[in-house]
Ligand binder design. Structure first.
Ligand SMILES: NC(=O)c1ccc[n+]([C@@H]2O[C@H](COP(=O)([O-])OP(=O)(O)OC[C@H]3O[C@@H](n4cnc5c(N)ncnc54)[C@H](OP(=O)(O)O)[C@@H]3O)[C@@H](O)[C@H]2O)c1
Length: 326
């Protein structure tokens, strides 16, 4: 598996990771026992495991903690703080482009509490990579990152990350403490990160961890329709007529995949990996077989012609529907 450093002075890690949010049942049922086997399988591959205290309101971290405790190795775990579910906690409401609101608190006091809770749920002494999930509109990012830097000094966190931030916020944060990774939506249908964010990250030696690299399943060519209870109905790219017009665009990727004897998921991931050794996609799946299928994308060498062909077919603006951050 190809590896790269996770940012300046960061550890060497496989470029493809595993996103554990899918184990919370957002995109279909995930039974406890199969979630545990899926996590064991992902950890057996030595890949970065991505979670957040927000996924299942702590449940996802507990699930990962259960698996970590049963193992003798030391898997690389990334988690996040800043989305609040406890009505007793102060928070700021932000509206997302997917129509729902999130309650955010990235104050230094809350960061400290959230970190101790995450450590306890994961059952570890230190978190490998700790992200601020969303910037808090009422807290200067320097203060949030100052608290995160204190956590590094206390030995509770190894590396710092930010998620869903702007280039300007990244520069301000980096002036306070080195940031190793920024998590942002990055996939064939969400390429906004390429214009301003990615050049800033490259300037500062920070890697881009691409969330929902398979377009929440849409860019695998496997999704035919959504159940009415499916969380993805909130995503404008999958709503109404956008679903059908975007499906026609994915059909073009399906054809490239068939020509190359690959799956569409593998082509989607291989193209992202070809964009630079500082791109770390974190696909999620409930199935061990798909972890293997997705990891094979790391051994695919797309030719420059194919990379260019996919680039042309997926230029920003090609797919209909806005982003979570709109
Ligand atoms: N920072 C943030 O704000 C943020 C936001 C969203 C997500 N994330 C992170 O990004 C991770 C990944 O995102 P995601 O789970 O939303 O989306 P994703 O990885 O783009 O897609 C996951 C979906 O793809 C399906 N899938 C995976 N591999 C497949 C394959 N080879 N063939 C067919 N279908 C396949 C999965 O279904 P099955 O389970 O049925 O295989 C699942 O429904 C999350 O786990 C989370 O860690 C972060």
């Amino acid at each position: 598996m190809i590896k790269s450093a996770l940012g300046n002075n960061g550890p060497l890690l496989p470029r493809l990771g595993y996103g554990a949010m899918v184990l919370e049942g957002f995109y279909g049922e995930a039974k406890h026992s199969s979630a545990l086997s899926t996590l064991h399988h992902a950890m057996d591959q030595g890949i970065m495991i991505d979670t957040a205290d927000a996924y299942g309101d702590g449940h996802n971290e507990r699930l990962i903690g259960e698996v970590v405790q049963a193992r003798k190795d030391d898997p690389f775990i990334a988690t996040k703080f800043g989305i609040v579910f406890d009505p007793e906690q102060p928070s700021r409401e932000i509206k997302t482009g997917w129509g729902f609101s999130l309650n955010i608190n990235a104050s230094p006091e809350y960061a400290q509490k959230a970190l101790d809770d995450s450590l306890q749920r994961l059952g570890v002494d230190a978190i490998d990579l700790w992200y601020m999930h969303y910037p808090d509109p009422s807290v200067p990012i320097e203060e949030s990152v100052g608290a995160m830097a204190d956590a590094v000094k206390q030995g509770k966190v190894r590396y710092l990350g930010l998620s869903n931030v702007t280039a300007d916020q990244i520069r301000k944060a980096s002036a306070i403490h080195p940031i190793n990774a920024v998590q942002y939506e990055y996939s064939l249908w969400r390429r906004e990160a390429e214009s301003e964010l990615l050049p800033t990250l490259r300037d500062l030696g920070i890697v881009l961890v691409g969330w929902s690299p398979l377009g929440s399943g849409f860019l695998t060519g496997n999704l035919q329709k959504l159940d009415s209870s499916d969380f993805r109905n909130t995503n404008p790219e999958m709503r109404g007529e956008n679903f059908d017009s975007n499906k026609a665009r994915v059909e073009e990727i399906n054809q490239i995949a068939a020509r190359l004897n690959l799956t569409t998921a593998q082509v989607s991931l291989a193209w992202l990996l070809a964009q630079g050794d500082d791109i770390f996609p974190i696909p999620g799946t409930r199935r061990t077989s798909r972890i293997d299928e997705n990891l094979l994308a790391a051994s695919v060498d797309l030719t420059p012609d194919v990379i260019e062909e996919i680039d042309r077919l997926t230029r920003p603006g090609t797919f209909a529907g806005g982003t979570l951050l709109d």
